[in-house]
Design a protein around this ligand. Sequence first.
Ligand code: PNW
Length: 440
Amino acid sequence: MTFAHRRADFPADFLFATATSAYQIEGHSFGGAGQTHWDTFAATPGNVVRGENGAVACDHYHRWTDDLDLIAGANLDAYRFSTSWARVMPDGVTPNPDGLDFYDRLVDGMLERGIKPMATLYHWELPSALADLGGWRNRDIADRFADFATCIMGKIGDRVHRTAPINEPWCVAWLSHFMGHHAPGLRDIRAAARVMHHVMLAHGKATQAMRALGMTGLGAVMNHEYAEPADSSERSKELAQLYDGIYNRWFLGGILRKAYPEDVLKHLSPHMPEGWQDDFDTIAQPLDWVGINYYTRKLIGPDGSDQFPFLEEREGPLEKTAMDWEIYPDGLLHFIRHTASYTDLPIYVTENGLASYDVLKDGAVQDEQRIRYLSEHLARVKQALAEGIDVRGYTVWSLLDNYEWALGYEKRFGLVHVDFETLARTPKASWHTLKDALAK
Ligand code: PNW
C-alpha cells in the first residue's frame, strides 16, 4: 500500500484541505477583472512557456460549483482559495460589484457543502494600474493593499475560517524582482530589497485593516526550501546558510521577531528603503496561525562570481518530480520544527504537492508518484504531531491542474486532471485515494 494514512490517525479537528489561486484557475478574461502584471509579463516573449496566460485557465469562474463538488467529493474539510485584487478592484482602487459577488457566492457555496473557507488575499496578480506606479517597489502599495483587504473582507470576512494576506512573500519579492522568473520579471537587487520590506509592511497593514473589521483567524503563509550545501566545503555551507536566510528566515523574522536576519541584512541593507527599521510595530501584528508551503530542497554551491548572492543551485541525487524538484519529505518536518522554534501559534501546512507526468488513459489518471509523495509528507506531519507541535491542517497543492506561472499549462499539480482543450475535469487516482482515506 502506498498511502499509509486514515483520517482517524489525526486529531479530530485536524483539517485536510486543498488549495488553488485565482489567476491560476479562474479565467481572468471573465467577470470584468482588470489587466494584471501577469498578463503583461506573459505577453513578453521568453517569459512564459508558449506565452500562455490566465485568460481562460480552468474556467473556474463559470465552473466553480463543479469544482466545489470535487472538493467535497474527496471528503476534504477546507479549501484554500485566493481573491484576485484585479477582479475585486480592476484598476486597483475602485470596487467591481461583479467581482465581490463572485467571491460571496463562492464562500456561500463552500459553506453549503460543509467546506471551511481559507482565504488568501494576494496570490500574485497585481492590477496593472498599480504595477504602472511601481507596484511592490512603491511603498504606497501597502496602503492600497490594506484598502483592498477592507473591501474584499468587508464582503466575505464574516464567513472565512482562516485568512492570510499574502501568499509566499519570498516569491513576491525575490523570485519576481531579483531572479526575474515571475512578474514583473526584474533582476535588480535594489528593487528586490525594497519589495522584501514592502511586502511585509503590506502584510501588517492588511492585518490591521482586517482586525478593524473584527476578523479573527488571521495568519501568514511563507514558502520554504531546505538548503543543503552541495559539498562539505565551508563556502558551500556559508552559502546554503545565506540561501536559508533569504528564503526561510527573513519573513518569519519580520513577522514574528520584529527583526530581519543579520546575515542577510549585511548584504541587503545598502538597498533597503529609507526608514525600514521603524516599521516593525506595523509589520509584526499579533497573529492567530502560521502557514508553511513546502515542496523541495535545493543543493547550494558557489557560482564562482563575486556578485551577491554568489551561489548557484546544483543538480541533486534524489528522485525528482516533473518540475525537476527533488522529493525530500524530511524538509517538511524540518520547517514545521523551524516554525515552532519562532512561535507557539498553530501551524498549518498550507501547500504541499507535486507536478507529475500524468496521462489520461481510459478515463483515468494513475498518479502513483503523487500518492506516494503525499503519503510520505503526511508521515512527517504525524511525526511533528507526535513531538507535540500544534499542527492543525495539511493542504494539497492543488485541486486542479492549472496555470503553473512561467511554466504555463504543462506542469500538472492537480488531484483532478484538466483537459485544457475541453476543460473537462477527471479525478486522478490520488483524488480517489484521499476520498477513501478521509471518509468520515
Ligand atoms: C507555489 N520557485 O509557488 C505557489 O503558491 C503556487 O502558486 C504554485 O503553483 C506552486 O507553488 C507550485 O509551483 C512557487 O520557483 C512557485 O521557487 C515557484 C517557486 C516556489 C514556489
